[in-house]
Structure formats: structure tokens, C-alpha cells
Design a protein around this ligand. Structure first.
Ligand SMILES: Cc1ncc(COP(=O)(O)O)c(C=O)c1O
Length: 393
């Protein structure tokens, strides 16, 4: 018998396993409690085992799990209504993940131009350091050597520009551009925030050329930055937006939101999903929306983010050999490191704190949005101890 790993070895996993979770804490089988500043990579927006989400899930689980999109799904309609009522969007397609949202966003933009009688207008401008998922379309969109190597030939039609280089975009965009696809804050790319002024200029360039603006808010959305979606800080709206991660609070769920105009090519039969929008996922997603999309909840995210950031500035000042700066917005925070971020992550395990490495030598801090003030204080104490371990190594 082959001794090849029974789980395909595509991940570099830490030697940790968790048996249960409580709020901001992930608990190992031996009872050790880890303060979870990764939240499953920005997924557990309301922490682990949130009682309201457990109730939403179990109530629905006792009724009906799956019916398929052959039938009406009231829970899906409720989620779509909540998203439309709280955003720029006129319409929503529910997916199971961010990658699926990326696929539909790309298809929708291309179909828009085909429907408008301009089928050759398929080119999409994307940005270096982007992460939109691991499907063949999403890796072609990102263009990163690490993600695409060996998987060619790639889907054509993407033009990759330096992140945040608005002048390069001004030169590249034309009336041949179908869409611009960008994360307002790059997550995997290293918590790189696109300044509001740049996002406004990108919107303006799209308006001038007619190109659609696709925002990938899979990581930056659902309250993470203190607004429901990060683009709200810039006072602009996209034509198409990808959402996932936090919207399911830990249950696999994603969505594409769009204006009526951008969605105009997506007629019956043009797209579909067996699982997308199932009652179980949508019951949870609707509850997450009801909790997060309130001014009081979002104000608390901003307040806690201010507190956390202030403490992190102190941490950086105390460990100039380990950290360079704090970056990010709201509770989507990064510590630009002077050492390998993986070393800090590892030292964090020894101090029972979970963090996530990213590109650009950055450590990501993506806590549950309802983390307490005391837990923020405790997080910085543990990060301080982890930094000392790195200094002493
Ligand atoms: C900005 C962004 N887009 C898309 C994705 C892909 O989402 P998923 O892993 O749910 O397919 C991710 C995942 O990290 C992401 O951060």
C-alpha cells in the first residue's frame, strides 16, 4: 500500500488540532486555549460557536438542508434581500465560496459586453499581489508565478498591473476593457490598503471608459474594516462585488452582488450551482447579516480596531528588530515584519495565539469582529512574548 498522505498534501499545516471553540478561543483536545487572531482566515466573524449562529444553523438543520435551485428557497431570498437593502446591489447570486464568486464575477463582466453587442470586449485588468481564489480563472486573474506555474495554458484576457499604480491603470484602461477587478485591501498579498483616493480614481476611470468595476471584498467585507464593505470608506460603489468568508460566519458561503445593469447579461440558464444558496448556508448567512449590518455593531468594530491599532503601534516600537510597521484598516490588520512572518506565527503557537502569515513579509491579524477589549489586551501581551522568543532565537 502506498504511504502517500491520504489527504492530498497541498497544505503546510501546523501541528495543531482544535476540538472546539468559544468566541475568540480555539481549544485543543488537551484543553489548551489558543487566542484566535486568524478566525479561520477572516471567516469566523462572530467567533467560534456563536450561540445565535448555532441556533440559526440547528433550527434550519432540523427542517430541511437542501432542495436545489429547481425550487424557491425562502432563506436565499431573505439573505439576498438583506444584502440588497444594505448595499449598492440590485441583485445577488449565492455561492459556496470566494473562488466561485470570482468565477461568476468574471463571467458576468464578459457576458455583460456580449449582451451589449461587443463580445470582443473581454479584457479584465487585475493587480499584482491579488488573490481571487484557486480555480483556473482565478489564478489566471491573479497571474502570480507561484499560483499559475504548471497549470497552463491559462485562461486569456487578463492584464496584470502593479498594485496601486493608478498611472499604469490610466495607461492600460480603454474602451476595450471589460472590467477592472481589485481588492480594496489585499489580504493574501499582505494587508495592502488601496488609498481611498486611488479607489475613487479607479471608479472614475471605469466611468470614463465604460469598464465595469469588480471589487473583491471576500476578505475585506462583512464589517471587517468597520463599514459593512471596505469600499464604503471611499464613498464609491462597484458594479459587481464578490463576498465570502465572514458572511457565513464559518459555514461555507459566498455571494456575487451586482447592479441591475452589470447583471443584465445573466439570463435564465446562464449560470448555476447545485449547492449555492442552500437553505442551511443561507439561514446562517441571513443571521450573520442581521447581526453585523447594524450601525452599533460596526461602530464597535471601529472602536476596537482603534484600541488594537494603538496597542500594536506600541508593540512595533518595543520590537524594532522584529516588526517594521502596523498596516490595514479596522480589524483587518497586518504587522509588516523584519523577520520571516512564519517565525512569529510559530513563536505565537508557543504563546497560544493564532496569527496568519501573508505575502510582503506581513503577519495578518484578523480576529473575530466581536473580540473583547480584554482579549485585545491579552493578544498584545502574547504577541509581545512571541516577539521576545523570536529576538532570543
Ligand atoms: C480576496 C479573496 N478573494 C477570493 C478568495 C477565495 O475565497 P475561497 O477560499 O473561499 O474560495 C480569498 C481567499 O482567501 C480572498 O482572500
Amino acid at each position: 500500500m502506498s504511504d502517500f498522505p491520504h489527504v492530498l498534501p497541498t497544505y503546510n499545516r501546523a501541528p495543531l488540532a482544535f476540538e472546539r471553540g468559544e468566541g475568540s478561543w480555539a481549544i485543543a483536545a488537551d484543553g489548551t486555549r489558543y487566542l484566535d487572531l486568524g478566525a479561520g482566515i477572516a471567516v469566523n466573524a462572530l467567533g467560534h460557536a456563536n450561540l445565535e449562529l448555532v441556533a440559526a444553523l440547528t433550527e434550519q438543520a432540523g427542517r430541511i438542508w437542501h432542495v436545489s435551485n429547481l425550487y424557491q428557497i425562502p432563506q436565499q431570498e431573505k439573505l439576498a434581500n438583506l444584502l440588497v437593502d444594505n448595499t449598492f446591489a440590485d441583485t445577488v447570486f449565492v455561492t459556496n465560496s470566494g473562488t466561485e464568486a470570482a468565477e461568476l464575477a468574471i463571467k458576468m463582466a464578459r457576458k455583460y459586453w456580449d449582451h451589449a453587442g461587443d463580445p470582443d470586449r473581454y479584457e479584465i485588468l487585475t493587480f499584482e499581489g491579488a488573490f481571487h481564489g484557486r480555480s483556473t480563472g482565478a489564478i489566471a486573474a491573479s497571474g502570480s508565478e507561484k499560483m499559475v506555474k504548471g497549470f497552463g495554458p491559462l485562461m486569456p484576457g487578463f492584464v496584470h498591473l502593479p498594485f496601486g499604480d493608478v498611472e499604469a491603470m490610466r495607461a492600460a484602461i480603454s474602451d476595450r476593457t471589460a472590467a477592472v477587478m481589485i481588492e480594496p485591501i489585499q489580504g493574501e498579498g499582505g494587508i495592502r490598503v488601496l488609498p481611498d483616493a486611488d479607489l475613487r480614481l479607479i471608479r472614475q476611470l471605469c466611468d470614463e471608459t465604460g469598464a465595469l468595476l469588480i471589487l473583491d471584498e471576500v476578505q475585506s467585507g462583512m464589517g471587517r474594516t468597520g463599514r459593512l464593505f471596505a469600499h464604503e470608506h471611499a464613498g464609491i460603489t462597484p458594479d459587481i462585488m464578490m463576498v465570502a468568508k465572514g458572511i457565513g460566519g464559518g459555514f461555507p458561503l459566498g455571494a456575487v452582488l451586482a447592479t441591475e445593469k452589470a447583471a443584465s447579461g445573466m439570463t435564465a440558464g446562464s449560470h448555476g450551482s447545485t449547492y449555492g444558496g442552500n437553505p442551511l448556508a443561507c439561514a446562517v448567512g441571513a443571521r450573520v447579516m442581521e447581526i453585523i449590518a447594524t450601525p452599533a455593531f460596526l461602530a464597535e468594530v471601529s472602536r476596537k480596531a482603534g484600541l488594537f491599532r494603538q496597542k500594536l503601534e506600541g508593540l512595533v516600537a518595543a520590537h524594532p528588530q522584529v516588526f517594521e510597521s502596523v498596516r490595514g484598516q479596522g480589524l483587518m490588520l497586518g504587522l509588516k515584519c523584519k523577520v520571516a512572518p512564519a517565525d512569529v506565527v510559530k513563536a505565537g503557537y508557543a504563546e497560544h495565539i493564532l496569527t496568519v502569515p501573508a505575502a510582503d513579509n506581513t503577519l495578518r491579524l484578523l480576529p473575530p469582529l466581536n473580540i473583547s477589549d480584554e482579549e485585545i489586551t491579552e493578544a498584545v501581551i502574547r504577541l509581545d512574548r512571541a516577539a521576545k522568543r523570536v529576538e532570543e532565537a
